[in-house]
Design a protein around this ligand. Structure first.
Ligand code: PLP
Length: 307
């Protein structure tokens, strides 16, 4: 079951950067508190949770996870209890998304990076315990990335196909981490038989093979047997997840000064750099702005360096 939670359709706006047409799909405007890409996944995931008569939602992520913030807000709005497992290793704990989670209230468990390696098991054990107490928990994996969540990004492609003629474009670019967004977009493009490249700019150091396997698994579950066209761009992840380089921070300032659009320090600044630097001959592309705005306020110290 799909819930209608996001403010859709989000605008698809034309900008010119470095002489190229870059149309920005404003999924940073899907909501206020639940803004960004995760709400589209959560429309399906929380719909599934409700169908399964769950009264508790458990999920996980980095301390500054956008997904955790969006899940916390939307689950509460639907009347469900929220339990978060957040990995402690990231700057700005009492700011940005984490601050919003604290203000909204949630059962927050901080886990070490070592513990986080077994996070799926930890969440399952918690769900089992809750079941013994008569509660029914729904576990959402990191980033909401499984085939259920990815349906939200198939829908985003269908939504864009109603806004513009997608055949006009050479490619879609999107930041890629847990890869459910990418998988959904590629699936949507294939289901519409579009001749459109889908490029995922990877924002962490995990091996490309691991990301690709996850995408292939989701494609299979979405009924897409043709796995061609998985196009993952490397070289923009910098030091690692959540560590923006000076070039990323400068990109945030450049795009804000040119357009008033705010990229974030974890995902979209890296992805936008990847877009501009790898477009090559492409003249007209779509960049999916996946949100992350609150993360800016967790990296004020880094940003001060480029003001
Ligand atoms: C989670 C997130 C992404 C990455 O999406 P995945 O589906 O995990 O690949 C990109 N941008 C922002 C702002 C995010 O919060």
């Amino acid at each position: 079951m799909k819930l209608e939670l996001a403010r859709k359709p989000t605008p698809l706006e034309k900008y010119i950067f470095e002489g190229k047409e870059i149309w920005i799909k404003r999924d940073d405007m899907t909501d206020f508190v639940a803004s960004g890409n995760k709400i589209r996944k959560l429309e399906y995931l929380l719909g599934d949770a409700i169908e399964k008569k769950s009264d508790v939602v458990i999920t996980c992520g980095a301390v500054q996870s956008n997904h955790a913030r969006a899940t916390n807000y939307l689950s509460k709005r639907l009347g469900m209890r929220v339990i978060l497992y957040l990995k402690e290793w990231y700057p700005g704990k009492n700011s940005g998304n984490f601050l919003l989670n604290e203000l909204m209230g949630a059962e927050i468990n901080i886990v070490t990076p070592k513990e986080y390696e077994d996070i799926d098991k930890i969440m399952e054990e918690k769900a089992k315990k809750l079941l013994e107490e008569g509660r029914r928990a729904y576990i959402i994996p990191e980033g909401g990335s499984n085939y259920i969540g990815s349906k939200g990004y198939e829908d985003a492609v269908f939504e864009m196909s109603r806004q513009v003629d997608l055949d006009y474009f050479d490619a879609i670019y999107v930041a890629t981490s847990s890869a459910g967004t990418y998988a959904g977009i590629l699936s949507g493009v294939k289901k519409l038989n579009l001749n459109l490249e889908v490029r995922g700019v990877v924002v962490h150091k995990k091996p490309t093979e691991v990301v690709r396997e996850k995408i292939e698994e989701i494609l299979d579950q979405l009924g897409v047997e043709d796995h061609s066209g998985i196009n993952l761009i490397r070289g923009f992840e910098g030091k690692d997840y959540a560590y923006p380089s000076e070039a990323d921070l400068k990109m945030i300032k450049y795009v804000a000064s040119e357009s008033g659009i705010f990229l974030d320090p974890v995902y979209t600044s890296k992805a936008f750099r990847g877009t501009l630097e790898t477009m090559g001959d492409q003249e007209k592309v779509i960049f999916i702005h996946t949100g992350g705005t609150f993360g800016l306020f967790a990296q004020i110290d880094a940003l001060e360096g480029i003001l």
